[in-house]
Write a protein that binds this ligand. Structure first.
Ligand SMILES: Cc1cc2nc3c(=O)[nH]c(=O)nc-3n(C[C@H](O)[C@H](O)[C@H](O)COP(=O)(O)OP(=O)(O)OC[C@H]3O[C@@H](n4cnc5c(N)ncnc54)[C@H](O)[C@@H]3O)c2cc1C
Length: 378
């Protein structure tokens, strides 16, 4: 079955071709948002960087996701203040807000800054939204309380918060563009070339695999679990109801409409959580059936579906990314484990690793250090 995403079917321009002879100073494994971001920062600073992508640029989660460009991480801000501390939560929020600004500067028509709406499914989620809203407000971050929802949302949800500076992406278009920026800056990008960490010849290696981290670095398999997400895209609709990204039930359900009216909708992973812990990029009848039901609730009918697909992301035990040197492997770095929230974080974390390799000491790396999750690394 063809489960290529709607996004990856867009025609693409050829990447500027850069080849250099001999050894790379830095090899990047993985051509998604993380790898391309890392390669761009390094190439801009004159580093000889070679990126290996086993399939095509954005062929993994970066070209298969829901297209939500959200600030923050998977854990809502008020909870992050407790788990990461007030300073840590603020650093992550500011890091991702800067990443969204950078995305806007680089993405062209692949990014629309339309805000995002987090909806409450029940009273417990409404109370959780209130806590997140109040925490964001208290710390000076923009957020709006939406007490009254428009039909049909008013019959399905109890309220929402608006994150006004979030946005919507054409994810593959965006990451192909990011790769083009990296190539134009001097990075060598090799598509269709799988690389193995033990075989690549470079001074430093950056593993930018997110959901493929465990396959590339087996010792990290207890820390990054491959997790499947499933999505569908309808044919264009005449009504315009969901211009900005909407998500509900703690992020289990998400949808938005594209400028041509198409509804892109994903989630429902909680219908079979164990089965969805997999690295197999295939759709299932169970989840797709649930997605069809949600489409019907949101539109009052079932429009024709143009495409259904699946993708894999990496989930960490604390839902915080894993970014830093890989313990026990000299010169090998990892950036991934965004736990389903990697569009802005991936852009930010690829850049963080690049800056660390250039000798900087970004403060956020202390939060994302892989050693926090396994004391045997010390
Ligand atoms: C269905 C779905 C919906 C999502 N929705 C959202 C969303 O709306 N918002 C959001 O912020 N995040 C979302 N995410 C998460 C987000 O897409 C990812 O976290 C992010 O794209 C990860 O980017 P990456 O570059 O780290 O990894 P990837 O994009 O997965 O890139 C890794 C690449 O490594 C390549 N690779 C693997 N092995 C090798 C090898 N041996 N050699 C060379 N290359 C190799 C793969 O082919 C792949 O292209 C979603 C993910 C999925 C799957």
């Amino acid at each position: 079955m063809n489960t290529t995403s709607y996004w990856l079917e867009e025609p693409r321009d050829e990447l500027p071709r850069r080849r250099f002879d001999g050894r790379a100073e830095v090899a990047v494994i993985g051509g998604g948002v993380t790898g391309c971001s890392c390669a761009l920062t390094l190439a801009e600073r004159g580093v000889r960087v070679r990126l290996f992508e086993a399939r095509e640029i954005a062929g993994g989660a970066s070209g298969r996701n829901g297209g939500f460009a959200l600030r923050g991480a998977t854990v809502p801000y008020d909870e992050a203040r407790r788990s990461l501390g007030e300073h840590g939560a603020r650093l992550v929020m500011e890091l991702t807000e800067r990443a969204l600004d950078r995305m806007e500067a680089l993405a062209g028509d692949a990014f629309r800054r339309v805000g995002s709406l987090r909806l409450a499914w029940d009273e417990a989620e409404l109370a959780a939204l209130r806590r997140e809203h109040d925490a964001l407000r208290a710390d000076g971050f923009a957020v709006e309380w939406v007490g009254e929802l428009r039909p049909p949302l008013d019959g399905l949800y109890l309220g929402a918060i608006l994150h006004p500076h979030d946005g919507a992406l054409y994810p593959a278009r965006w990451v192909r563009r990011l790769a083009a920026h990296a190539a134009a800056a001097g990075a060598e990008i090799r598509e269709g070339e799988a690389a193995a960490v033990d075989e690549v010849d470079a001074d430093a290696i950056v593993v930018a695999g997110d959901g493929f981290t465990a396959a590339l670095l087996p010792e990290l398999s207890p820390l990054v679990t491959p997790t499947r997400g499933q999505v569908l895209a309808t044919e264009p609709l005449s009504e315009r109801l969901y211009e900005r990204p909407h998500y509900a039930r703690g992020g289990y359900d998400y949808w938005h409409q594209l400028p041509d009216g198409r509804l892109v909708l994903g989630g429902m992973r909680d219908a079979s959580p164990e089965i969805e812990q997999t690295s197999v990029e295939q759709t299932t009848e169970l989840i797709q059936g649930r997605l069809d039901t949600l489409v019907e609730q949101l539109l009052g009918r079932r429009p024709a579906v143009a495409r259904r697909w699946a993708g894999i992301w990496g989930t960490t035990p604390d839902l915080v990314p894993l970014v830093g040197p890989v313990p026990g492997r000299d010169g090998v770095w990892v950036a991934g484990g965004y736990s389903g929230h990697g569009n802005a974080l991936g852009l930010a974390c690829g850049d963080l690793v690049a800056r660390a390799l250039l000798g900087e000491e970004p403060a956020e790396l202390a939060i994302f250090d892989p050693r926090r999750l396994d004391s045997s690394f010390d």
